[in-house]
Every structure is written in structure tokens, then in C-alpha cells.
Ligand binder design. Structure first.
Ligand code: DGJ
Length: 729
């Protein structure tokens, strides 16, 4: 049983972890333990019971209870305005303007499966999987405000999904100004804090630093989860490696503004919180109303960062990404963006498609520029009908020709946007997000549609539905190329304008839900100026996301390695592009570019007709190699072996099948030297098996696991190698 009622509260057990919630003096809900699975029924002995100087305490604390000090008590959800002086997870303005919230245990309920999560994405339960949910209600008695803390335990996956629902049980309207989805308190502070930061063409770089005194954290206020900071963080031992040490990874399943705050207190404890960004959020809760904050996904592993990542990868692949794509091969695609940009017509696209089809490429994607009269990025967004000068016979004719050539057909859209120069803007200028009396901010010459309004979503949905019904389209790239500004909707009263950014995200989920429900055979690939909206919320609708507009292999090694800390390889859109690379002007060999792009969904983004004969001749073998190993790469276990963030020469990682009978190593030399050295790696092999490599050489699993392999690159920059091993019974 994953959830048990104990003498003092509750214990949540997964196959390898335990999580304890226990009631202490005054009915505060303490968080007493989260870590490797233990047998004890209580961990109350871990909480500090000494009295801190200058302590404050609730008036109803007496005698022994006064020894529980709220400012050092690890709590499930902190209190506000009382004796807990750390960052509060919640901030509510009551009807009288005060903000104290003294949350105490009130009740619980247990149920099988996952909660009803309204309009927001939540992980799903697979058939035969043991999933249970505990909801614990805390109440602030004077106001009647409640926080319902949810814990959905995916036992075999070693994952706990947390959520928070705030209910206004009082008489008047209150203002919710901050609500963390999850808080994790620890009685220790000797952690490293890891998160993924970046920019356009430089997404998800790894930042790792020891937790410092006081508050630290990050946020996105861009309306999307953003290129700048992933809604994901890790706390781990200072000594944690890829194979050993405590590592806690937390994802927010959300695609809008988010924040993470980690506070190391002077008493050497830690409080971490993740949730919607409070700087740009305010929600009015009338009497009887409730607000559900996005889900947070928790993974712990004592096997270091590698163990933690693999738990998250499996969970994202099997319980978040749409079920119809679970374990299914993804098509090798060719996208025309970097091949043509806006300079194309049907003939040019067909010449690329017809040249690509016989090479083993399976899907042709027509990118930006096919609609309205869009010959540059300054017009036509919102008009999702084909440009007849480029596509005289429409999308359906092009799609039919592509299918005829032996490939599937996919298309690019940017549904959330509007250009001033568009039919949609002429008909409905009021659909654009703008604050009356202010000129709205412009980015890439475009504006954002007010997705808090159902009629706006309906209008775009009608167009998308027509488009997807008009042709044999099996793939959609959903792009989003600017940040949200000027948060305001004419449909909301002044007191509710603080709700805009969250309501916008709900609108996006609404439209994505319509699309994926109505066209379940369509593979949706998310994109936001590259990987600017790479989060577990988006992954609930689209199993793959364009990882970055930077297609340079050297840069991609770092971007994909960083992304893998929290996200599975199967979610990373990655393509081979032309050289000199359009983002970095670096030239890297065709072979290396392909080997690096294989660590993702794999595809090409170039004009095959412009390649040399020699390069074009490599494509069939590249496609065949990827196809042969795609299942291992996309559904196998990832082991990071050598970090490009720690080595200025090498990077390496390997995939292992669940039974370890297949191993595939990728190694990369970024920089050669006058005195070349080799890379020595131990592999995630089963010591009891005997493996054979691609050249027929056999080797014991014990040798691969303990002595390892030697990878020789010799002279040269930007070289990549693969090594494949398989074992028979
Ligand atoms: C940004 C995307 O990341 C690119 O791949 C491409 O689709 C362009 N937008 C098109 O405008």
C-alpha cells in the first residue's frame, strides 16, 4: 500500500522512497522525511525541538508544545504572518486586508488513481499501475481558508506528484497573491542547488552551486516557461555524482510564469518552493471558490543525478507524454526552415521532399511562410489559409504530392499570434492583447492573441480544424515566438487583471487539448523560438519539443546534455543542419552533426539538393543507423558518463536497454590537442553478460562495467563516435 495512515500522520512509499507527513504540537503538519525507503513508522525524532532565541510561538502553544519552534519546524506548507519567518508558500489578503494564515491540520481523504485536475495537465495512470492519492486539508480557522495538499503516488515509478488547492471557506472575497504548488522543507542545508538557465539558442545550461545562506532562486516572468529558466530544480549532496549521493529533482508541470525559491536559514535548514510566479499573479477567490495550482513532480534517488534523471525520464515518457506516442517510433523528418527560410514555393519544397524520400527520411515538414501573404516575419499571423502565390493548389495538393513521394506531411503553425498586417487583425483588432491607452509591446513584428477569451480560441480552432481536415497532415509544429507583455484582457474586470497570465496558459492548454483530442494521429511538436517552452505541461500534449534554434553540434552537446538532467531524450527535437552553421558559423563534419542529432527525435533541416554527393550519400546509412537504434535511444535508460560542463575536451553518454542486453555509447571530442589523449569510460553493462560489439569482438560485461573501454579520437575538433554492444543469453 503506497499510502499509510500512521500514529501521527501519513507515510507515502514508492518502490525505493519514503515520504513522511506528521502532525505535531498544535496540529501543524510537519514534513519529517523524504528519501530512501525506510521501515520506521515515524521520523519525528529528526525535527529540532530546542527553543530558538527570540522565538515567537502561537498563543495556544503550552508546556511541551512550546518546544516545537515554527521557525525551524520542517513543514509541508509553511504558515504566513505568524511564527514561521521563512518564505511563505502562500499569501492571501483577507477581506480586512490582513495576510496571516495559520494553517493547521483538519482532515484527509484517500482515493485510488489521480485527481480530477480541471483544465490543467496532470500525469496519467497506465493500466495495471498502482496509483493512489492522499489529500490533506489544512485550515486557517479564523478565515475559513483551506489549503488542500495533494500527493499522488506512482509507486513503481518512484514519483510523487504534489498539488495544492486553495479553498475560500469564508464569507467574503479574498485575494490569492502567491501559491506554491509544493514546498519541500529539509532539516539540513548541505545541498548543491542545480537548475537549468539559458537564452535563445543556448537553452538549459547547467548551473550548480552550493546553497548559500538566505534566499536564492529563479523565475520566468515572460508568460511562458521561457528560454531563461526551466521550471525545474535539483537539490543534491555536495558530493553527489552521476552515480551516487542524494538527489531530489522537482518539475513544475506548467508552461507559464514560474518561480523557484530555495532558502537556507541561519539554523541550517532548507525550504524549497516551486509554483506560479507571484510577481505577475493575483487571483480573486469569492466565497466558496477554489484555485488549483499546477502539479509538481518529485523524484528522489540515492543513486545520484543519473538515478534521479532516469526516474524522471521514465515517468515523463510513460505517464506524461501522450499515451498514443508511448514507446512508438517517431518519424525521421526533414524541415525546410533552415533550407529556405521564407524563400520557397511548391516546386522548391517538392524538390527537397522528392530528393529526401529515397534517402530514408520519413516526414516532410513545411515550416513558416506558407499562409496569408507571408514573405517575411512581419505579416499574416492569424490567417491560416495557404498563400496561393506559393502554393497555387493549396496545402492539400502539396501534401498529396509529398505523400506520393513516399513521405508523411507536416506543417508549421503559430496559433497564439496575430500580425497587424493580417485579415484577422482587420476583422478583430480587439483580439490582440493590449492595454487600452497604451501602445502594446511588439516583438518579431507580432502581437499575441488574447487566449483568455473563448471566442478568440474558437476562431483559431475553426481555422486549424479546417487546415488539418483539408490534407493528410500527420505532424504539426506549434511555434510561439515571443514573450507575453501588456497582460490585460478586456473580458476581465479590473480586480481580476492579475489572473490574466495564468488564464492565458489555460487557454493554450484548452486549444492544445482540442487539437490532440480531435486529431489524435497528429504528432504535435512544440516549439517556442527553439526550446523556449520546454516543460512538463507542454509534454502532456506533445511528446517532442524543438530543443533549440541552435543546430550547431558543439552547442547541441551542451544543450541536450543539460536538458537531459530533467527531460528524456525522446522529448528533444534535434536536426542535422547545413554548414557553416546558421547560428554559430562553425563548420562541423556531416558525420558528427548526424551523430549528435541522433540523440533526440532526429531529422534534417537543410536542402538535400545543396549537399555534396559525398554528404548526400551518407544519409541512408545515418537514417538506417538511427532507425536500428531509435528504440534504445528514445526509450532506453540514459547514463551520462562525461559532462561537457566539466571537461573541455570530451562529452559522453550511453543508453542501456532495461535488461542491459543492449548498450549504445556516444562519445564526443570537442577539442583536439597536440598531444591527444584517449577517453576512458566504464559502461552501464551487466557484469554477468557477454557482449559483442559491431565488429564482432566479444567482451565480458564485467570488463565493460569495471575496466571500461578506451575511445580514441586522435587529432581534430568536433569528432563523434558511437559504439554498440549487444549480449545474448
Ligand atoms: C522559430 C523556430 O524555432 C524555428 O524552428 C522556425 O520554425 C521559426 N520560428 C519560423 O518562424
Amino acid at each position: 500500500m503506497a499510502i499509510q495512515i500512521t500514529a501521527n500522520g501519513f507515510r507515502l512509499d514508492t518502490a525505493h522512497t519514503s515520504y513522511f507527513l506528521e502532525r505535531v504540537a498544535g496540529d501543524y503538519l510537519a514534513h519529517t522525511y523524504y528519501g530512501a525507503r525506510i521501515g520506521a513508522d515515524s521520523a519525528l525524532h529528526l525535527i529540532p525541538t530546542y527553543f530558538q532565541n527570540y522565538n515567537a510561538y502561537p498563543a495556544d502553544f503550552e508546556g511541551a508544545e512550546a518546544s516545537v519552534c515554527l521557525q525551524t519546524l520542517p513543514q509541508e506548507y509553511g504558515t504566513t504572518g505568524g511564527a514561521d519567518f521563512r518564505t511563505a508558500p502562500i499569501l492571501i489578503r483577507h477581506t480586512d486586508g490582513s495576510a496571516t494564515l495559520d494553517l493547521r491540520y483538519e482532515s484527509y481523504r484517500l482515493f485510488d488513481g489521480t485527481p480530477d485536475f480541471d483544465a490543467m495537465p496532470f500525469p496519467y495512470q497506465n493500466e495495471g499501475e498502482d496509483v493512489d492519492t492522499l489529500e490533506v486539508t489544512l485550515v486557517d480557522a479564523p478565515s475559513g481558508v483551506r489549503a488542500v495538499l495533494g500527493y499522488t503516488v506512482f509507486e513503481e515509478k518512484d514519483i510523487i506528484v504534489r498539488y495544492t488547492r486553495v479553498q475560500n471557506g469564508g464569507d467574503g472575497a479574498v485575494r490569492l497573491c502567491r501559491v506554491a504548488s509544493a514546498q519541500l522543507d529539509f532539516v539540513r542545508a548541505d545541498f548543491d542547488f542545480i537548475h537549468l538557465y539559458g537564452a535563445w539558442a543556448q537553452e538549459r545550461q547547467i548551473s550548480r552551486r552550493p546553497l548559500a545562506q538566505g534566499k536564492q532562486g529563479f523565475a520566468s516572468l515572460r508568460g511562458t516557461s521561457s528560454h531563461n529558466h526551466s521550471p525545474f530544480f535539483v537539490l543534491c549532496d555536495h558530493t553527489a555524482t552521476e552515480t551516487a549521493g542524494d538527489a531530489y529533482g522537482v518539475h513544475l508541470m506548467y508552461s507559464g510564469c514560474h518561480e523557484t525559491t530555495v532558502e537556507r536559514s541561519v539554523y541550517e535548514d532548507t525550504r524549497a518552493q516551486i509554483g506560479i510566479a507571484s510577481d505577475s499573479f493575483e487571483w480573486t477567490l469569492c466565497a466558496g471558490q477554489s484555485f488549483t495550482a499546477p502539479a509538481a513532480i518529485l523524484a528522489y534517488s540515492e543513486a545520484g543525478l543519473g538515478g534521479m534523471s532516469r526516474r524522471l525520464h521514465t515517468f515523463i515518457r510513460e505517464n506524461i507524454c501522450p499515451a498514443q506516442w508511448k514507446g512508438k517510433p517517431r518519424p525521421i523528418l526533414i524541415n525546410n526552415w533552415e533550407a529556405t527560410y521564407f524563400n520557397f514555393d511548391e516546386e522548391k519544397l517538392l524538390s527537397i521532399a522528392r530528393a529526401a524520400a529515397p534517402l530514408g527520411i520519413e516526414l516532410f515538414v513545411m515550416d513558416d511562410g506558407w499562409f496569408g501573404h507571408r514573405t517575411s516575419d512581419n505579416c499574416s499571423l492569424g490567417d491560416w489559409t495557404p498563400d496561393r502565390t506559393r502554393l497555387p493548389l493549396g496545402v492539400s495538393h502539396l501534401a498529396a504530392e509529398v505523400v506520393q513521394s513516399g513521405m508523411q506531411f507536416g506543417i508549421w503553425v503559430e496559433p497564439e499570434m496575430i500580425s497587424e498586417d493580417s485579415d484577422l487583425f482587420c476583422a478583430h483588432p480587439e483580439y490582440r492583447i493590449a492595454i487600452p491607452g497604451r501602445a502594446p509591446t511588439v516583438a518579431r513584428h507580432q502581437y499575441v492573441l488574447d487566449f483568455t477569451r473563448t471566442e478568440v480560441i474558437d476562431c483559431i480552432w475553426a481555422q486549424l480544424k479546417d487546415l488539418l481536415s483539408s490534407a493528410p497532415i500527420t505532424y504539426v509544429k506549434w511555434d510561439m515566438n515571443r514573450a507575453l507583455t501588456d497582460a490585460y484582457s478586456s473580458s476581465l474586470p479590473p480586480a481580476r487583471q492579475g489572473e490574466f497570465l495564468h488564464r492565458y496558459v489555460l487557454g493554450v492548454y484548452d486549444l492544445m487539448g482540442r487539437l490532440t483530442r480531435e486529431f489524435p494521429h497528429v504528432l504535435l511538436e512544440n516549439c517556442s523560438g527553439g526550446g523556449g517552452r520546454f516543460d512538463c505541461g507542454m509534454l502532456r500534449f506533445s511528446p517532442q519539443i524543438w530543443c533549440s534554434d541552435d543546430t550547431d553540434a558543439q552547442e547541441r552537446v551542451c544543450i541536450q546534455y543539460g536538458t537531459s538532467l530533467g527531460f528524456p531524450v525522446s522529448s528533444m527535437g534535434s536536426h542535422v543542419s547545413a554548414v557553416p552553421n546558421h547560428q554559430t558559423w562553425r563548420s562541423i563534419s556531416f558525420d558528427t552533426r548526424a551523430k549528435i542529432a541522433m540523440n533526440g527525435t532526429f531529422g534534417y533541416e537543410l536542402n538535400v539538393n545543396a549537399l555534396s554527393e559525398e554528404e548526400r550519400a551518407q544519409i541512408p546509412a545515418q537514417c538506417a543507423y538511427f532507425r536500428a537504434h531509435a528504440d534504445l535511444i528514445q526509450n532506453g535508460d540514459l547514463y551520462r558518463l562525461c559532462s561537457p560542463y566539466e571537461s573541455d575536451r570530451f562529452a559522453a553518454w550511453a543508453y542501456a536497454s532495461a535488461d542491459k542486453k543492449e548498450l549504445l555509447l556516444f562519445a564526443y571530442q570537442s577539442k583536439g590537442h597536440a598531444n591527444p589523449v584517449d577517453l576512458f569510460l566504464t559502461l552501464p553493462a551487466d557484469p554477468s553478460l557477454t557482449y559483442t560489439d559491431e565488429e564482432g569482438v566479444t567482451c565480458g560485461g564485467d570488463t565493460l562495467a569495471h575496466a571500461g573501454v578506451r575511445v580514441h579520437f586522435g587529432f581534430g575538433d568536433h569528432l563523434a563516435k558511437t559504439l554498440y554492444f549487444s549480449a545474448k543469453e
